[in-house]
Design a binder for this molecule. Structure first.
Ligand code: GCU
Length: 473
């Protein structure tokens, strides 16, 4: 039988073949682009790793450490070297008394604290842990980059995006531009209190749908900005990485590198946490000039490493009125001498040492945690008499790396300083049930039932803060 070939079938078959080829080529192109992208990411990661190692080795050499760095325990609970999470295995330790001065005498007056003991603690924390501010820090000039009126959950808000340009005339190779977002109720008639978070700004600015899905956000409560606006308060977000990169490789850039003209650090020079806190102080300078903001009522908040930064900010700049210190853990509010969760050896590893001054490395090598002249309670005590709220999540969701009880004990041990200054400390040394708000005093604590976030504690924090900011709303 004669089969008739329909020319249209041939045309369609050819078209299909061409389409298939085009799709295959596109897929191959995309794959090769992804491969290049992946390779670029891998090589960037390798170079950050190598530069970090170089910086870390340089610091170890400068310190002349004899012993090798001791490895820290693992944060993975199933690992053979998992960090301790068993309360019965916590060793006994003794803490430096924040009220006993270096001459062995107890400080019993406000004057004694302010003039004698506090400066000693400042000096120890600066020399051994966080580093001091360099003397030659350049000026910062703030500019509004853009402004928009928007609405968050029915609350009209005016958001300004600002950049704090750091004068780099002394070393033009390094450019530091601090990013700050400020939101105040649009109908503001008087200066408003405001909470500044160490965090992230959604990009592109002006696109409300681009809110980042971050684990710092909470599914448990209305978002923090909404809650603050409901009180008639404002919010701000300060971007830490715009002040100082978050790795050892970046220590010769950012504000640390600029102040140091691109050289490696000396052991006593400041670390990243102090640099981020310096950035917060620059934002405070800006607030002092903003007619919509009441600079005497500025809170500082952050979670995790940003919780550590929030605490360092509170401790060293007494212009901040209230602190909200989220899951700050080791290097933040939790007692370092407790062998529970993250340890000093983790902080002195090449992944985290950059948060501190170089001298701190000694405590993961030739010296031990007991040799530190300070601990987390010393840092908390520097906040006194200003109110500070210690926040943590549930061990079942957040894990135990941050050591909730260790942070609570940081507050307990700082309380005598508050009491000496006529304030109320935590008021108990009994670790509370989850969800209990210990908010009667100027040292407050609450363990919420959520994860690694301040999110579920915002409403408790705001109720506590209202006492101090007294806005009548
Ligand atoms: C690590 C680190 C913590 C830190 C946390 C974070 O877990 O060990 O000290 O707080 O990262 O900031 O995410």
């Amino acid at each position: 039988m004669l089969r008739l070939i329909n020319p249209n079938h041939i045309k369609r078959a050819n078209e299909k073949r061409l389409l298939l080829m085009a799709i295959t080529l596109t897929i191959l192109n995309v794959l090769s682009l992804m491969d290049h992208e992946l390779q670029a990411q891998v090589s960037e990661r390798d170079s950050l790793y190598n530069l970090t190692q170089q910086d870390y080795d340089d610091m170890k050499q400068k310190l002349g450490l004899k012993a090798a760095m001791r490895p820290g325990p693992s944060g993975d609970p199933s690992a053979a070297n998992a960090a301790n999470t068993d309360e019965s295995k916590v060793r006994s330790y003794s803490l430096p008394d924040p009220l006993i001065a270096k001459d062995g005498k107890k400080v019993t007056s406000q004057g004694g604290w302010e003039e004698e003991r506090r400066p000693q603690i400042v000096q120890d924390l600066e020399t051994e842990m966080y580093g001091a501010l360099p003397a030659n820090l350049p000026a910062v000039t703030w500019h509004v980059v853009s402004e928009k009126d928007t609405v968050i959950a029915n609350f009209p808000v005016t958001e300004r995006l600002l950049v704090g340009k750091v004068d780099n005339a002394s070393h033009p190779e390094i450019d530091v531009q601090i990013e700050l977002l400020v939101g105040v109720p649009t109908a503001v008639t008087a200066e408003v209190p405001l909470v500044m978070e160490f965090g992230f700004i959604r990009w592109p600015f002006g696109n409300p749908s681009a809110e980042p899905a971050s684990y710092f956000m909470s599914p448990y409560e209305p978002r923090w900005k909404q809650q603050l606006l409901a009180k008639g308060w404002g919010y701000a977000v300060l971007v830490p990485s715009s002040i100082q990169p978050d790795h050892g490789a970046g220590l010769r850039t950012g504000i640390i590198g600029l102040a140091n003209k691109g050289k490696f650090r000396r052991p006593e020079q400041w670390g990243v946490l102090r640099a981020w806190a310096w950035g917060a102080s620059q934002a405070m300078d800006y607030f002092e000039s903003d007619p919509n903001v009441d600079a005497s009522r500025i809170g500082i908040e952050g979670t995790s490493r940003y919780g550590k930064a929030a605490l360092v900010t509170m401790a060293f700049d007494n212009r901040f009125s209230l602190g909200f210190i989220g899951s700050s853990g080791a290097g933040g509010a939790s007692i370092l001498r407790r062998n529970f969760g993250e340890q000093v050896e983790n902080l002195t590893s090449s992944a985290e040492y950059h948060w501190f001054c170089g001298n701190f490395l000694k405590y993961g090598s030739d010296l031990a945690v007991d040799d530190l002249p300070v601990d987390a309670h010393s840092l908390l005590a520097l906040c006194a008499p200003r109110p500070v709220f210690i926040s943590v999540g549930s061990p079942f969701i957040e894990g135990q790396w941050v050591d909730a009880r260790g942070m609570f004990l940081g507050g307990v041990q700082a309380s005598p300083v508050y009491e000496l200054l006529g304030k109320k400390g935590l008021g108990t040394s009994e670790f509370p049930e989850m969800g209990t708000a210990l908010t009667d005093g100027e040292v407050a604590f609450r363990q919420h039932a959520g994860g690694h976030s301040t999110g579920p504690n915002w409403s408790t924090w705001i109720a506590w803060a209202s006492r101090y900011w007294n806005t009548g709303l």
